[in-house]
Design a protein around this ligand. Structure first.
Ligand SMILES: Cc1cc2nc3c(=O)[nH]c(=O)nc-3n(C[C@H](O)[C@H](O)[C@H](O)COP(=O)(O)O)c2cc1C
Ligand code: SF4
Length: 502
């Protein structure tokens, strides 16, 4: 009997280890394979029992469910996992193997299409590799949505004795966990993507900058790099091609701003995580002053499937200038939270109400913050906005790393505006005045509004303009989006207080 149980940290937090112990005790003869998560967090720990090659799900499993799971009588039976609505409706390209394979088995990885992309890339020139990424239309999934192929072209064209690939695995945005899930569930995909990037731009060394709050991801990635090295996927002669690529996992100490690429590079060099002025671009003067590709985990982990299926096949998914798939992370006060990979173009309302099933509290949805702590709070009136970079921009929002935090109607948006400003004050690197001082003044100004001082509202708008225009990076520059979206989209939460003071 073959049983699959995730070792993803979300599944573990929900009791996967206890379920595995109970399974081992009840069925010592069974083969238990540890996998990543399928992304249906409300069903974790999700146990899958293979019957005639089909994996049948049971969840959320508890140790007391084990007997029923083993004899097939459990009330938590979900049927074949691939037939579940959540799975059937997805276009899993980047996450195709997550939840399916043993993350640390290179044989399993190969058997599920792994390394096909790298093998194809190894037969191409650097310029052909860069062109393929351009054809795919891939844009950076870390937040800014910058075209990956153009970034790679700059590094490819730079003349330098050493170039680097740096993977941004800091994943500090609220409601985001795609990077973690990918690294814990399919680490070789990231290694393969970084290797293709290295071969493409002429970089022989890569680093994954991984936040210390992700101990499981650090352990899986570290082991995966060792396995990849031992099996000739990394090293001086990648898969016998005569081309070299090596990589290391580095642990970040945990600061939101260290996800900003220049701050990350300082931290990686052992310096304080302070933002660097641009130019020079990291693509020209990055890690240790050398040309560096800095890309998000999901951007790099999408590269293998682009090379396996072809850039055009990837570009065939999507909407407008947002090509391919978006890995939505649905969280907050929501009935069904988790990871859902789909082509760009789905509407915000469909994600929240249909996929997410509305709020967990059962109360009406009031707002959704999309794109982490720097994203706008989207009201119900914007739920027809389609998931696409330009479409969200036009609606005054941003997709960012595609994390969504759902709030119900008990949420006070003045509190949320204050939270956004306070977050900026706490996390500011301190390099520029509009952010360092402005965020502190912003919290004070919102407190004045809360006390009924109506004169403070225009002051807040003015301060937000200054932060937007004068900040050196997007931490100070984008904090006005959540703050002012709360003010403009939910005026009642601010007006109520004015009335109370009158
Ligand atoms: C304050 C701040 C925090 C950021 N945090 C992250 C992060 O955690 N992960 C990430 O990939 N990008 C983050 N970014 C974006 C990076 O600066 C950069 O754009 C990204 O790593 C580039 O990779 P991509 O083109 O693949 O998206 C952050 C940016 C800012 C301003
Ligand atoms: S905006 Fe804030 S985080 Fe960014 S450089 Fe200025 S002080 Fe640092």
């Amino acid at each position: 009997m073959k049983i699959y149980v995730p070792m993803d940290s979300a599944a573990k937090a929900l009791g996967a280890e206890e379920v595995v112990s109970a399974l081992r005790a009840a069925a010592p003869e069974a083969q238990i394979v540890r996998t990543g998560s399928r992304g249906m967090i409300w069903l974790e720990p999700l146990v899958e029992v293979e019957v005639d090659g089909v994996r049948h799900g049971f969840g959320p499993a508890e140790p007391s469910d084990v007997v029923g799971i083993l004899d097939g009588s459990s009330a938590k039976a979900l049927g074949p996992v691939e037939n579940l609505d959540w799975m059937k409706r997805q276009s899993r390209l980047t996450f195709a193997r997550v939840g399916v394979i043993d993350p640390l088995s290179l044989a399993d990885y190969r058997a599920h299409g792994g390394l096909a992309g790298l093998r194809r890339a190894l037969a191409m020139t650097g310029q052909e590799i860069v062109d393929e990424v351009k054809t795919s239309g891939l844009r950076g999934r870390g937040g800014a949505g910058f075209p990956t192929g153009i970034k790679w072209q700059t590094v490819h064209d730079a003349d330098a004795p050493q170039k680097y690939i740096v993977c941004n695995a800091d994943e500090g945005d609220s409601a985001t966990f795609a990077d973690r899930m990918l690294m814990e569930g399919d680490p070789f995909t990231l290694i393969e993507g970084m290797t293709i990037a290295g071969i493409g731009v002429g970089a022989t060394k890569g680093y994954v900058y991984l936040r210390s709050e992700y101990p499981d991801a650090i352990a899986v990635m570290t082991r995966a790099v060792e396995v990849a090295r031992a099996e000739g996927l990394l090293g001086p002669d990648v898969l016998g091609s005569g081309r070299a690529f090596e990589m290391e996992i580095r642990k970040g100490a945990g600061a939101y701003v260290c996800g900003e690429e220049t701050s990350l590079l300082n931290s990686l060099e052992g310096k304080r995580g302070v933002v660097r002025a641009k130019p020079p671009l990291p693509a020209l003067e990055g890690f240790l002053g050398r040309p560096t590709v800095v890309n998000n985990v999901i951007s790099l982990a999408t590269v293998p499937v682009i090379f396996e299926k072809g850039g055009q096949a990837y570009a065939d998914f999507g909407l407008g200038r947002s090509r391919g798939t978006v890995t939505l992370q649905i969280a907050g006060n929501v009935a069904r939270g988790g990871l859902f990979e789909t082509a760009f173009g789905i509407s915000l309302g469909e994600v929240v109400n249909d996929l997410g099933g509305g709020t967990l509290s059962g109360r009406p949805v009031k707002a959704v913050q999309v794109g982490g702590p720097l994203g706008a709070y989207m009201p119900l009136s914007k739920f027809n906005t389609l998931l696409g970079y330009e479409e969200f921009d036009a609606a005054g929002g941003l997709i960012g790393h595609a994390g969504l935090t759902v709030f119900d109607d008990t949420t006070d948006m003045l509190d949320m505006a204050r939270f956004a400003m306070e977050f900026c004050a706490v996390e500011s690197c301190g390099k520029c005045t509009p952010c360092r001082i402005g965020a502190v003044r912003g919290v004070e100004t919102i407190d004045r509004i809360a006390q009924g001082d109506a004169d403070a509202l225009p002051l807040l708008a003015d301060l937000c303009e200054t932060m937007k225009d004068g900040s050196l990076c997007a931490l100070g520059g984008f904090t006005p989006f959540p703050v002012m979206s709360a003010v403009t989209q939910f005026p009642d939460d601010f007006a109520r207080l004015k009335e109370a003071a009158e």
